[in-house]
Design a protein around this ligand. Sequence first.
Ligand SMILES: O=C(O)C(=O)C[C@H](CCCc1ccccc1)C(=O)O
Ligand SMILES: [Zn+2]
Length: 330
Amino acid sequence: PGLRVDPVGADGPSADVPLVPGGVIRHKHGYMRRYFFPMEPVPVILTDTNLVKPALSWNLEYLEKNLGDGDFSVFYSKDHKFKYYDQAKYNDKVVPDFTPPMSQATMKFSEFLVKFRQWKHGQPRMYLQHPLNDSVGKAIKDDFLAFNWKWLESVQKEHNWGNLSSNLIYIGMEGNVTPVHYDEQENFFAQVEGFKRCILFPPETFECLYPYPVFHPHDRQSQVDFDKPDFESFPKARHLRGFECVLEPGDVLYIPKYWWHHVESLLGAGHTTSINFWYKSGPLTQVEYPLKPQRKVAMIRNLEKVVTEALGNPFEVGPLFEALALGRYI
Ligand SMILES: O=C(O)C(=O)C[C@H](CCCc1ccccc1)C(=O)O
Ligand SMILES: [Zn+2]
């Protein structure tokens, strides 16, 4: 459905779409940021699961009235990117000069809403990301219980997944971006309000997305900046090809474990609300050959951990793998 029109054409960006450096692409519901790689449609979006049907009434007023008086985690970013970092790895100080790219605050939902509504372009953007837990009000609890758990449990059983680990609710500003990363859990991503573009890459794209070392706070995130790609440092990023879709309220996207995904809230389309369902993986299945890319990524992660631990210094890992491979394996 997205129309690729040149933003300076007749339909140029409307007043509320800030001049985006790389340009924007018109979509029927708003604008998408333009990136350097080709994309094709995600083949399957689940539109009839009724997974979060009761939540389709969760507009901000309803949430303010019913979310209860708990504290919520809100992230701030000076730009549009909310690049996740692992606080524990940050505390380990393995990467001495790491500066967190976003700050975090906790606040009541009503306080969040006030700040969220008075936001102006140029101010730090906000992204509420919080686990749905039993601190919420009764109406939300009832809605939550009325999610289509029957369907979820049938999929979980059919694919031998582990337990549901968490449901997070995400409330983002239009234009917010979660940069490309992978998670180590299966994920059913449900869109509740607004329009979210998801760009997916299969696990074997590891070689073109150059994830940070596992001990880095940005473990599982790509070093490639989609807004300003550094092809000198990351030459294979030139070969990126993604799958994209724009999720509408009620849509569910299956994001398989180890699949890379970039998520952005459409510009000019208002705030977004999403709920994800992360599942731990089930019991390790029989190793089958040829090895699936997911298995190779897991192997690489284990090798990095073992070798870093054994060397006692992450900066010796590169030289060791060079000595092992150069002129011998490559
Ligand atoms: O559901 C998912 O997996 C997503 O990535 C959804 C994404 C926010 C996730 C925040 C995050 C980013 C990196 C590591 C852990 C958590 C969005 O909707 O913006
Ligand atoms: Zn994710």
